[in-house]
Write a protein that binds this ligand. Structure first.
Ligand code: NAD
Length: 476
């Protein structure tokens, strides 16, 4: 069985201790993964620190060329990496063409696209002020060593969002993947590190404690964390000790509001994928659907048809569109939330019982007659379950969408874009989509409001967030 090792200073690190990686579709152990010691974390940070000055001394054009090499490497290895993602994360392999299932091949396509887009962003010197007496230029400097910590839902794509802008800006990186998806992640990191100078990209792996050692270090110049709000709080507390700037991309509980003029048939596919992309294990999935009472039954009927037409199974099998839930902890959470809704009198329209056999299979589940205040509505389910809540007054739907302490994304669905925009303007979320949900883009800033996080990723603003402004103020 293959053991996946960390890469530090361009070299594999022998593993004194390992842990198992499981296939969520079968429950089988598919790989061994190195478990970093505290000393190894220390060495990884030291390697990144030593490599950073010469990486930052390259010209921006040289670093952009390295990003091009990374994108080529991802492309050349996309199929093999996608197979590891499916075996370890669970999402189906899917295709890589337009309109195909958004699975592992889609994730790899995203990794390449984000890398190329980030290489293409212009970062000109900004002139903040100029008159006859003075000129004030804002240049950008890297923070130094970026500590990146990634989750398990889109393990490669989210790691790319952390690594690529950091490198482009002249930082070096130490990254820790999720303990649930370390094999596929370490494989991609090894391939990327191979095309970079030694020490520019380094990895550590293990449980949360390893992430804790990584962020609790005065040599870290910037932390990029993506994961749950509870872990985000711990990371922020560690960062406070060293006053380390931090980007936190945390959980959400996105509301989707259908307006009374919407056409249920026309919006059903968008709502379906908005809620169930990656089995609902996506930070910005629609996790609460608010529908006008008059359209309720038609919308539910359309969604039921789509659920019935979506095959679930081991993602390595052709034609499978939905895989298992990634891990047992998340599976148990979904089971518990559906039971809480059922106990409170909700109607489980379809699904609602774990599938028999090995693996963490839970069917796509639609729940109606469920109300705000129920845990299935108020907590992030992060799984294949959508609560559908009736409303009669749009004002009330807006108030209910805004009542939680998280605000990552939200969406409004209507035939009238202007009416949708006026509702969107009032929703408390980092991004509000109109007639789509979760459709992120590498040039568009993305980040949470309220307890969904601090800072943004993607585009020029995302790139700025891995730099500090360096002002040159000239007397004329
Ligand atoms: P998690 O918080 O359990 O783990 C995330 C990472 O943090 C893992 O690598 C873990 O090992 C590490 N970690 C755990 N304890 C730590 C500690 N004390 N110090 C440092 N690192 C520690 O999250 P998860 O279950 O992997 O991911 C799911 C969550 O992530 C969901 O809430 C989801 O909404 C959120 N998420 C947010 C975004 C976004 O962009 N906003 C994207 C994807 C996922």
């Amino acid at each position: 069985m293959q053991t996946f090792l960390n890469t530090v200073n361009g070299q594999p690190v022998a593993a004194a201790k390992t842990f198992d990686s499981l296939n969520p579709a079968t429950g089988e152990v598919i790989a061994k993964v190195a478990y970093s010691s505290r000393d190894e974390v220390d060495l990884a940070i030291a390697a990144a620190k030593a490599a950073q000055p010469s990486w930052a001394a390259l010209t921006d054009a040289e670093r952009r060329a390295f990003l091009g090499k990374i994108a080529d490497t991802i492309k050349d290895n996309a199929d093999a990496l996608a197979r590891w993602v499916t075996r370890e994360q669970g999402k189906p392999l899917g295709g890589d063409g337009r309109g195909s299932i958004p699975g592992s091949r889609f994730e790899l396509m995203g990794c390449e696209a984000w890398t190329r887009a980030t290489a293409g962003i212009e970062m000109p010197v900004e002139v903040a002020f100029e008159n006859e007496q003075r000129r004030d230029e804002v240049h950008r400097q890297p923070y130094g060593v970026v500590a990146a910590i990634a989750p398990w839902n889109w393990p490669l794509m989210i790691a790319i969002w952390q690594i690529i802008p950091s490198l482009r800006a002249g930082n070096t990186v130490v990254i820790k993947p999720s303990e649930y998806t370390s094999a596929c992640s370490l494989e991609m990191f090894r391939l990327i590190a191979d095309v970079l100078p030694p020490g520019v990209l380094n990895t550590v792996s293990g449980l949360g404690e390893v992430g804790g050692w990584l962020v609790d270090d005065a040599r870290i110049g910037k932390i990029m964390f993506t994961g749950s709000a509870s872990t985000g709080s711990k990371v922020a507390a560690a960062a406070a000790v060293h006053l380390t700037p931090t980007t936190l991309e945390l959980g959400g509980n996105d509301a989707a509001i259908v307006l009374p003029d919407a056409d249920p048939e026309a919006i059903a596919t968008g709502l379906f994928w908005g809620a169930f992309l990656n089995m609902g294990q996506t930070c910005a999935c629609a996790k609460r659907l608010y529908v006008p009472a008059a359209l309720h039954d038609r919308i539910v009927a359309e969604l039921v048809k789509l659920v019935a037409a979506t095959p679930m199974g081991d993602g390595m099998q052709p034609g499978v569109a939905m895989g298992p839930i990634q891990n047992r902890m998340q599976f148990e959470k979904v089971v518990k939330l559906v039971e809480a809704a059922r106990t409170a009198g909700a109607t489980v329209v379809c699904g609602g019982q774990p599938l028999s056999g090995p693996g963490n299979f839970y069917p796509l589940t639609l729940v109606t007659d469920v109300h705000d205040g129920n845990p299935l509505v108020d907590e992030e389910q992060f799984g294949p379950v959508l609560p559908i809540i009736r409303y009669t007054d749009v004002e009330d739907a807006i108030a209910r969408a805004n009542r939680l302490d998280v605000g990552l994304g939200a969406s409004v669905w209507s035939r009238d874009p202007e009416q949708a925009r006026s509702v969107a303007m009032r929703l408390q979320a980092g991004t509000v989509w109109i007639n789509q949900h979760g459709t992120i883009h590498p040039m568009v800033p993305f980040g949470g409001s309220k307890r969904s996080g601090w800072g943004v990723e993607f585009g020029a603003e995302g790139l700025k967030s891995v730099t500090r402004p360096h002002v040159i103020s000239i007397q004329k």
